[in-house]
Ligand binder design. Structure first.
Ligand SMILES: Nc1ncnc2c1ncn2[C@@H]1O[C@H](COP(=O)(O)OP(=O)(O)O)[C@@H](O)[C@H]1O
Ligand SMILES: [Mg+2]
Length: 381
């Protein structure tokens, strides 16, 4: 079984949308898929799938209600796709104790399927990192805003640290060294993993070897969601470079997804976008990603990552950003030609956007004048 955990540093970047729809795409391709909602405390995957709540959930299972784990698996109405509900009532995944977490990881690992897709909560708690590290092929969803990109980097950094932590024995020289790094918060800010691994190798060669073996199998993938413009796709470059330079990690790019207002209508109709509008640019982007997930799973052998494949994946994502932008423009043109969208609608939309821009400009000018006044006052003091 291939485990595909889906995480992000920041919430609201599209993890749940990607989890639900990639799982559906894999199921439609004939794979046996189980989709689990592990965003305990914030579960909403069932809503995206259009399912009702109330079925046995992970929350209930952990709450000692004597639910058999096997009973958590529900049919979804999509052939080949089963679902495990989370729980919005119980406090988040971060609050599970170690034995609950380990038991859940074991039970999930025993499921019989081709793919297990895990929709995780946002953040970098140890539990979330451990679910992410159930596989070396986890996906990080991010958006082109600076906070989302920085948070994606911090998530990766925390994951690498978790791998380091898991490679050492607490009482050994290596354990003490890693522990010391954690205690000294300021040193964590200026992290350069190659130096740390070198140091670990000297103090505790066995731990160093264990870390290198673990990280060799760790190839997180990236999805850049909610872009508006082909240029937004380039924001990934910094993330890629920092991960390579500071964390010694080479990311694979699974591709970009444009922001699409169709998603809001799909959500209102309580249908996942793949079922609401399979031909839309948004759905097609997800099918493309699911195909990459599946073909990478097939080619995955000894855990070695082909550097050429890494470069190709970034080139492909850049090209796809251009192609999808054109498809979106063509789609609008088509709507205009078929009369589904009147020229009047379009003019209205553009007008209201102009209005918004004018407002933002006014706000900006106001802030600027305030700033200038504040600075001048500061000079006088
Ligand atoms: N590409 C997209 N286009 C339009 N809306 C999107 C897109 N991706 C996500 N959304 C919307 O953004 C919100 C947050 O997405 P969600 O998948 O719940 O994020 P997360 O699980 O990371 O918190 C949801 O309302 C979702 O429908
Ligand atoms: Mg979510």
């Amino acid at each position: 079984m291939h485990i595909v955990p889906i995480a992000s540093g920041k919430g609201g970047v599209g993890k749940t949308l990607v989890s639900a729809n990639v799982a559906i795409a894999l199921a439609q391709a004939g794979k046996q898929v189980v989709l689990a909602d592990l965003d305990l405390g914030g579960s909403n995957l069932h809503l995206v799938l259009g399912m009702t709540s109330g079925a046995p959930s992970i929350g209930g299972f952990l709450g000692k209600k004597k639910i058999d784990f096997g009973n958590l698996l529900q049919d979804t109405g999509v052939p080949n796709l089963r679902f495990i509900a989370g729980d919005a009532e119980i406090p988040g995944l971060a609050n599970l104790n170690a034995s609950q977490k380990n038991m859940l990881i074991r039970r999930l690992g025993e499921i019989e399927a081709d793919y297990l897709v895990l929709d995780l909560g946002a953040g970098t708690s140890q539990n979330i990192l451990d679910f992410f590290l159930m596989s070396g092929q986890g996906i990080i969803v991010t958006a082109p805003t600076p906070t989302a990109t920085v948070n994606a980097y911090l998530f990766l950094k925390n994951a690498v640290f978790r791998l380091l932590q898991r490679s050492v024995n607490k009482k050994s020289a290596g354990g003490k060294y890693i522990d010391g790094l954690f205690r000294d918060r300021s040193s964590l800010q200026r992290i350069y993993i190659p130096d740390i691994v070198r140091e670990l190798d000297q103090r505790d060669p066995d731990a160093g070897a264990r870390y290198r073996e673990a990280v060799r199998r760790f190839h997180p993938r990236l999805i850049m969601n909610m872009i508006d413009d082909p240029k937004d796709a380039e924001t990934v470059t910094r993330l890629r470079r920092s991960a390579h330079q500071y964390l010694d990690l080479d990311l694979l790019h699974l591709g970009i997804i444009y922001r699409d207002s169709l998603q809001d209508t799909a959500l209102q109709a309580r249908l996942p976008i793949l079922r609401y509008k399979p031909q839309s640019v948004l759905s097609q982007a997800i099918y493309r990603i699911a195909e990459k997930v599946d073909s990478l799973a097939g080619s995955e052998s000894d855990g070695f990552l082909d550097l050429e494949a890494v470069n190709d994946s970034f080139d492909a994502a850049g090209q796809e950003a251009e192609q999808d932008f054109e498809s979106k423009l063509n789609y609008i043109e088509e709507l205009l030609n078929t009369g589904a969208l009147s020229t009047g609608d379009l003019v209205e939309t553009i007008k209201s956007q102009h209005h918004e821009i004018a407002q933002l400009k006014r706000q900006n000018a106001l802030y600027k004048s305030k700033l200038v006044a504040a600075v001048q006052q500061g000079f006088r003091v």
